[in-house]
Write a new protein. Structure first.
Length: 176
């Protein structure tokens, strides 16, 4: 649908130059930052994206910055990730099959962190990227996170590496 490409992704916070991105401007980011097939890096995810570092480089994080917070469109979900980790690994999926990423798949923009510390940080419907000095808002650690009946799986401690697709973005259900 034509309306799906009409979104604005904002990068702001502790940066020298806040930047806004739309579908076409994400497509215009140089090929060296584009990721044609995200599934090569993140099992269970499909689509094309752009490396987060391209957007951060354009905004120029301040020297004191050490975290990046990804906010969902509905305001219910946010994940704060270390700046070093997100710069090294983060991918923003914004298209699938040559068209804008549909909301049903986490669009307009979905965060993916290959081999990330916590796959719950793969936030759907990202509309704002906030650079912060210190950890920002983070809803990925909820009180029911380690109850398998609610979350769908158990975690052993905080260091876990599983390859399922969390459904953070519209409701609190998870798709596995």
């Amino acid at each position: 649908m034509a309306g799906e490409s009409k979104f604005t992704l904002q990068v702001d916070g502790a940066v020298q130059k806040p930047v806004k991105w739309g579908y076409e401007s994400l497509e215009s980011i140089p090929a060296e930052y584009q990721v044609e097939d995200v599934s090569q890096y993140v099992a269970g995810m499909a689509g094309s994206g752009v490396q987060v570092k391209a957007l951060l480089n354009a905004a120029i994080p301040l020297a004191a910055s050490d975290h990046v917070t990804f906010h969902s469109q509905d305001g219910k979900f946010a994940a704060s990730v270390a700046l070093d980790e997100i710069t090294e690994r983060g991918i923003l999926i914004y298209k699938r099959d040559g068209a804008p990423l549909p909301e049903a798949k986490g669009g307009p923009v979905r965060l993916a962190i290959p081999q990330g510390e916590d796959e719950c940080s793969n936030v759907k419907s990202v509309i704002r990227i906030e650079v912060t000095a210190g950890k920002g808002v983070d809803t990925t650690y909820d009180p029911f996170h380690d109850i398998p009946e609610i979350h769908g799986h158990a975690h052993d401690g905080h260091s876990h590496n599983h390859s399922h697709d969390h459904d953070h973005g519209h409701d609190h259900g998870h798709s596995h």
